[in-house]
Design a protein around this ligand. Structure first.
Ligand code: NAD
Length: 486
């Protein structure tokens, strides 16, 4: 059976998750050389006016629009997303380009009232330095776009360590970005990609020349990166795992809720950081919700994602299938009732499974962990406070949702004593965020915020300046320092 990662010394073998066939082989890159070149590029790029930097991102966005289909096909082939989801991921990159271009004229600081006459306080944002980006397999392009397009307009070069499980799509995107760099005559070292395994990522994290390490992946990886970056007092931005819950209350529109739950739980074969993994259903509607969901899970079409009508493609590899099967047997041992979840034979060596729905207590040990596969744990609750406590009881804090038509329930969920996640939705599933808002989670989900809103500040350094135009020299806090006294 093909397994990821493929790590013979200098060559990475890239396989398609659809059928396990070899797509290509790729030479491992030289991380130190890429960092050296990018550090040099920073010296001039930081002085280019931000709107001119935005013009480069604008061209990258145009080319991504032109090559949308090609890039989506590469995503599909690498990791087995359906065409619609792969196109959606490229659209997310284009949306980020549009957002970053606008931002390139809005990297604004503040003017703050001074306590001293004739003085002014200002805050200015300057480029930070080299940004290292480590990405996970499941969003092989979008996470680069969240980071790299903001980093570029903020005045920083980027060195990218893509997932070793999705290299061809990363290289296809990189080629598009480089076409724009070439057309506009910029330094090619502004954007580089270094193919490699975890070791290449670790080298990026440890290098003191990298001002910001933005790492997306498992919580295990995030702990290692955070430790390495903190040891050199660098800056890290972590987007890690999730163990996301949704609460269905008695007032919920059940048709809407079932659609939201199904997309969030089984879309992308349960391989999103925001995938719905825990469902908390009020006891009064449990008997209506669970049989309907079980039937949907049993009927949803799993298979070759290139075929129309297929909604669930393969898992990334057979290691993921084993992890899923092991979680399901643990769930049985812990009193769970499992519906579905069996491995399916489909295309060649592809790793296909039927999504699983597991009826189990919300506090069972197996429910507390993220397993990167389509397993939805369903539990009944009696009162909303208990459901919110269960939502918050896991170590992760990425995404959450409430399905309700009761305003008070929705507001409780969103209140400071409600969901503790970075994303808290009402009548929308846990996955499928737009780029306009800041994306990320707290606790073991890493604490980072990327994409929209004011996430750009992570890629810049803030300078506070006091400017004295008065001719006198009053000191702050009324301090007197009179050289003529005594
Ligand atoms: P992973 O942690 O195995 O790998 C992610 C990346 O980190 C890869 O490029 C890998 O080579 C690199 N890496 C691994 N160990 C490293 C180390 N010690 N130092 C530096 N780099 C290292 O994750 P995966 O299997 O590719 O992706 C699935 C995980 O990613 C899930 O936990 C999912 O929830 C998470 N994820 C989170 C987000 C988010 O925005 N919060 C988005 C996508 C995926």
């Amino acid at each position: 059976m093909p397994q990821h990662p493929f790590t013979p010394a200098d060559t990475l073998v890239c396989r398609s998750a659809i059928d396990g066939s070899i797509i290509t082989t790729v030479a491992a890159g030289d991380m130190s050389a890429a960092i050296t070149a990018a550090s040099r590029a920073f010296n001039s790029w930081r002085l280019v006016p931000a709107p001119i930097r935005g013009a480069l991102v604008h061209r990258i966005g145009e080319l991504m629009r032109e090559k949308k289909d090609e890039l989506a096909t590469a995503i599909m082939r690498d990791i087995g997303k359906t065409r619609s989801e792969a196109l959606g991921e490229v659209q997310e990159c284009i949306d980020m380009a549009d957002f970053a271009v606008g931002l390139s004229r809005q990297l604004h600081g503040l003017t703050i009232a001074s306590e001293r006459p004739g003085h002014r306080l200002i805050e200015t944002w300057h480029p930070l330095g080299l940004v290292g980006v480590i990405t996970a397999f499941n969003f092989p392009l979008a996470v680069w776009a969240w980071n790299a397009l903001l980093a570029l307009v903020c005045g920083n070069p980027v060195v990218w360590k893509p997932s070793e499980k999705a290299l061809p799509s990363a290289l296809a995107l990189h080629a598009v970005a480089h076409q724009a760099i070439k057309e506009l005559g910029h330094d090619h070292a502004l954007l580089s990609v270094v193919c490699g395994t975890a070791e290449a990522g670790a080298a990026l994290a440890a290098d003191p020349r990298v001002a910001l390490v933005s790492a997306t992946g498992s919580t295990r990886m995030g702990r290692q990166v955070a430790t390495a970056v903190a040891a050199r007092l660098g800056r890290s931005l972590l987007e890690l795992g999730g163990n996301n819950a949704a609460i269905v209350t008695p007032s919920a529109d059940l048709d809407l809720a079932l659609r939201a739950i199904t997309f969030a739980a089984v879309g992308t074969a349960g391989q999103r950081c925001t995938t719905l993994r825990r469902l908390l259903v009020h006891t009064s509607i449990y008997a209506q919700v669970v049989p309907r969901l079980t039937s949907i899970f049993a009927a949803v079409r799993v298979g070759d994602p290139r075929e129309s009508g297929v909604l669930i493609g393969p898992l990334i590899d057979h290691v993921a299938v084993s992890a899923m099967q092991s979680a399901l047997s643990d769930a049985c041992a812990q009193g769970g009732r499992v519906h579905g979840g069996e491995p399916l034979t489909c295309c060649g060596e592809g790793a296909y499974v039927r999504p699983a729905l597991v009826e189990i207590a919300a506090n069972a040990a197996v429910v507390q962990e993220e397993v990167f596969a389509p397993i939805l744990y369903v539990s009944a609750y009696e009162d909303l406070a208990t459901a919110i406590a269960a939502n918050n009881a896991v170590s992760h804090g990425l995404s959450s949702a409430i399905l309700t038509n009761d305003l008070r329930e929705a507001e409780y969920f969103l209140a400071p004593n409600g969901s503790d996640c970075g994303i808290a939705n009402v009548n929308v599933g846990t996955s499928g965020a737009e780029i306009g808002g800041a994306f990320g989670g707290d606790k073991a989900s890493g604490g980072g915020r990327e994409a929209g809103s004011d996430s750009w500040k992570a890629y810049m350094r803030r300078v506070t300046s006091t400017i004295n135009g008065s001719g006198a020299l009053p000191l702050a806090q009324g301090v007197v320092f009179d050289l003529t006294a005594g």
